[in-house]
Design a protein around this ligand. Structure first.
Ligand code: HEC
Ligand code: HEC
Length: 289
């Protein structure tokens, strides 16, 4: 404690307001210590860290600290923590990755931002897709396949379903009947006559003799199941007619009404680990097989 004079003994400044006299006692010691400690801290801070604003930038400080440097160090630190996990991801196959709760959790949370940056724009934040434009990744209906390796392949290599425009290739009357057949199939009411026309018209080459899709041959891949009532491009008679007439991924300059279905390839843009983790995330939407 600083030596305090009793009020009676302290030299009087002569100031007095309403009976309250101002004396010359020094402030308490704790208060003085804090006062000196704070200015010493300020001077130290000014010397060590960027602080005084100048014309273009502030003084730099002896430590050379910058916000961006601190951020970069944090990233390096973060990467170092992640590195062993990423190594594990690289070494594990899909089944092992999905079976290991800890790794699956790591992959899903890491893939969240990657999915947001690269995929959600088309497929939606929850993989719900957009009718007619981008397929739903959260249901169990797959064009190319919902097992882990096929999902990885879809992401790495991209996909481009193609179906020829049939207008002019086959009779308009047949096209009308085929549309009726497709509509009836999706409601479980296919007729043998319709199926015969479907096969005769070459549709079965891609969509299968039973129209259940999934035929992978040199004509193409990923032809939709036409019997499940789940539509990639829309299931009204008009929609179906448009798909049959104008096809999928034809040159829009020749056939403006063609359906566009292009999944970009991410194999060059993203690391193999990132793609695997994305596959875990896609799997986690609930439709993985
Ligand atoms: C520019 C839009 C676009 C972006 C971006 C995109 N996709 Fe796709 N994706 C598509 C389209 C369109 C299809 C369907 C292709 C087809 O119909 O042939 C598709 C198909 C798929 C399939 C196959 C679905 C099936 O039924 O077999 C998977 C899996 C997939 N995308 C995952 C992803 C992931 C993961 C990302 C992010 C890395 C991504 N996509 C980014 C448009 C996109
Ligand atoms: C060369 C292969 C091929 C042939 C031949 C073909 N299709 Fe397709 N078809 C596809 C592919 C691939 C898709 C799915 C495109 C996609 O989503 O990427 C498709 C999609 C469709 C769809 C849209 C389904 C939906 O869910 O919206 C209909 C309808 C359809 N085909 C009907 C037919 C009919 C009818 C014929 C015969 C006149 C036919 N297709 C011939 C490959 C073919």
């Amino acid at each position: 404690m600083a030596k305090q004079n009793k009020p009676q003994q302290a030299p009087n400044t002569g100031h007095e307001w309403d009976g309250i006299r101002e004396l010359t006692n020094p402030p308490p010691r704790w208060w003085m210590i804090s006062l000196h400690a704070s200015w010493i801290f300020c001077v130290g801070y000014i010397i060590l860290y960027p602080s005084i604003p100048l014309l273009h930038e502030s003084t730099k400080g002896l430590l050379g600290w910058t916000q961006i440097k601190e951020f970069k160090e944090a990233v390096v630190e973060n990467n170092a923590i992640k590195a062993p996990y990423l190594k594990k991801v690289a070494a594990m196959d899909g089944q092992a990755l999905l079976a290991d709760a800890g790794m699956r959790n790591f992959a899903e949370s890491s893939a969240k931002a990657i999915f947001g940056d690269n995929c959600a724009g088309c497929h939606g934040a929850g993989g719900e897709g957009s009718p007619g434009l981008f397929p739903n990744l959260a249901d169990d209906d797959w064009l190319y396949g919902g097992d882990f390796d096929t999902i990885v392949e879809s992401i790495a290599d991209g996909r481009e379903g193609s179906m020829p425009a049939h207008k002019g290739m086959i009779d308009d009357a047949d096209i009308e009947q085929l549309a009726d057949f497709v509509l009836a199939s999706s409601q479980g009411k296919a007729t043998p006559k319709g199926l015969a026309l479907f096969n005769k018209s070459g549709c079965a080459d891609c969509h299968g003799e039973d129209a259940k899709g999934g035929v992978f041959n040199d004509l193409g891949t990923g032809a939709a199941d036409l019997t499940d009532g789940i539509w990639r491009f829309g299931g009204s008679r008009e929609d179906i007619l448009r798909t049959i007439n104008s096809g999928v991924n034809e040159d829009p300059e020749d056939i403006p009404n063609t359906r566009s279905a292009i999944m970009p390839a991410f194999g060059e843009k993203l690391s193999p680990e990132a793609i695997k983790m994305l596959a875990v995330k896609v799997y986690g939407f609930g439709g993985g097989k």
